[in-house]
Design a protein around this ligand. Sequence first.
Ligand code: ZN
Ligand code: ZN
Length: 264
Amino acid sequence: MLKYFSIASSSSGNCHFLTDGVTNILIDAGVSARKITAALAANELRLGDILYVLVTHSHQDHVHSVAALYEKYGVKVITNKLTAAELMKDLPKKAIKGVYTPGAAFAIGNIRINTFPLSHDAPCCNGFRFTGRTGESLAFATDLGFADMAVVDALAGAGLVVLESNYDEDMLQTGPYPQTLKRRICSATGHLCNVDCANALKELSSRGTRYFALAHLSDHSNTPETALAAAEKALEGTGCSVKALPKDGAGPVYILEKTEIWSA
Ligand SMILES: [Zn+2]
Ligand SMILES: [Zn+2]
């Protein structure tokens, strides 16, 4: 059984928790250790219980407290080669306990992790697909300019898909950001908009996924209601369930069991 919840998910900080009951993993650590501590405590966990931080890419909203977690709690950092090089500006080399190759698979304990590259303006950004011992699976992708068939294939069939739904096109264009930032966000190496996310969810629902979580919503160019409306419209009539992850604080909690995922 895999259990997953988000600790923070927005443009100002990202951190997620995944466990199979033995191996506890943070996906990114882009908020303060204090915030992570509070979210873990709400789930009867402590930072000392965290063994690994799996890092997607080197942007601050994903790595803010990686060095602090290593220094205070000795967490093992696992990331790709280019992100490791960025992290080592603040982190000793020995903190990096594993380097994954984009597109390759590895295991932490009994959790198998398939990685897949994402188009984003960081040195190397990746999505992950986690599979537990009895085949239950969660696929995770944030910080991507587009979700092409390679990305959809990497996510397809997972029990839960956590996918970025970063911005609403109208809110972005009429919002407060300077033109250069607007162009960056909606470029092929920026972020995924609500409509592109919703289209991916529709395809994924036809390939077996029933549960979706919308992640990394923009603070200024999106609202949970707007993102959910786009996703729900695309998923109409499929019987699938979708939630927007809260930008601040823990939730919602998903428990993935093969029987639950595949019984419908
Ligand atoms: Zn990023
Ligand atoms: Zn980000």
